[in-house]
Design a protein around this ligand. Structure first.
Ligand code: CP
Length: 322
């Protein structure tokens, strides 16, 4: 058995159940510590964390920054717009520059699927994928799982409906891997133009290889029996052409409001990774309903999960021995 600690967090795919469960357990501890106001502020003293975001972010970037600071690391968020990347410096040259400064933890978001993986091969730092193209957003799936666990007490046996723009969503991909790994059933719900073409070839669609994933093109069918309804934003920035008729029409068929939420179980949670487009994929009536929506708690759990990830990866640091 390989007991070597993981150096990077690049994707949920390829992680073991025990790695995921250990991260979720540690994150729950950090969630409790954060609520009590007591964190281990010296755990990462002497470590340097650099946030390198080539795409916009509010939640992920700030929560990594907060997580690093709460654990005592030196944290630097690079402004890509005012860096030498703007003068034509490549991603790899930028990484080599940061490597020369002995960065320990490098958090990367990039529009290119595989960017974090590429960097991990070039730097000594632990690389954390904060979202790469349409590939994966592993810490989002971990914080989603932690939020579900806090409300439902389990993942196994639940039905999670992931609705909207599945085709361009790294959040959906990471969640599909994580939820099925923990024995949940996943319903992918959306118009045919927004469901990824590789779904069938990967055997996700009601296939024998992965019977835990099913595709629906109708909200009533897709939400039936759902314990969790996870709404996704349409990622217009990744679309080569318009894939839906209009925002108004999209909302009519695919937007979650109180009426459509009735298709799900009466105690179904409403989730959204953010940023939300109100009136397009979700109505304020459900997004802000404290009885059903856990969207704000997802943000809170984001800090706890990222503290757990930093803590775990720092143990594998090549520059520090604990
Ligand atoms: N969920 C998420 O990744 O949000 P940000 O784009 O604001 O980081």
């Amino acid at each position: 058995m390989n007991t070597r600690p993981r150096q990077h967090l690049l994707a949920i795919e390829g992680m073991t159940v025990s790695e995921v469960v250990a991260l979720l357990d540690l994150a729950e501890n950090y969630a409790l510590l954060n609520r009590s106001g007591k964190t281990q502020r010296d755990l990462l003293r002497g470590y340097t964390l650099i946030n390198l975001f080539f795409e916009a972010s509010t939640r992920t970037r700030t929560s990594f920054e907060l997580a690093g600071k709460r654990l005592g690391a030196d944290v630097l968020s690079m402004s890509v717009a005012t860096s030498s990347i703007n003068k034509g410096e490549t991603l790899l040259d930028t990484a080599a520059t940061l490597n020369a400064m002995h960065c320990d933890l490098l958090v990367v978001r990039h529009s290119l699927s595989g960017a974090a993986n590429l960097l991990a091969q070039k730097v000594e730092a632990s690389v954390i994928n904060a979202g790469d193209g349409t590939h994966e957003h592993p810490t989002q799936a971990l914080l989603d799982a932690l939020t579900i666990l806090r409300h439902k007490g389990r993942i196994a046996g639940l039905t999670v409906a992931i609705c909207g723009d599945i085709a361009h969503s790294r959040v959906a991909r990471s969640n599909i891997h994580l939820l099925t790994m923990l024995d949940a059933t996943v319903h992918l719900v959306g118009p045919p133009t927004l469901i990824p073409s590789e779904v069938e070839s990967l055997g996700w669609r009601n296939g024998q290889n992965a019977p835990r994933v099913a595709v629906f093109h109708d909200m009533a069918q897709g939400l039936a029996g759902a314990d969790v309804v996870m709404m996704l934003r349409m990622q217009i920035e990744r679309m080569q052409r318009s894939l839906v008729p209009s925002a108004r029409e999209y909302f009519r068929f695919w937007g979650l409001d109180k009426e459509k939420l009735r298709y799900a179980r009466p105690d179904a949670l409403v989730m959204h990774p953010g940023p939300m487009n109100r009136g397009v994929e979700i109505d304020s009536g459900v997004a802000d309903d404290p009885q059903r929506s856990v969207i704000k708690e997802q943000v809170e759990m984001g800090v706890a999960v990222r503290m757990a990830v930093l803590d775990t990866l720092a143990r594998a640091s090549v520059r520090h021995a604990r």
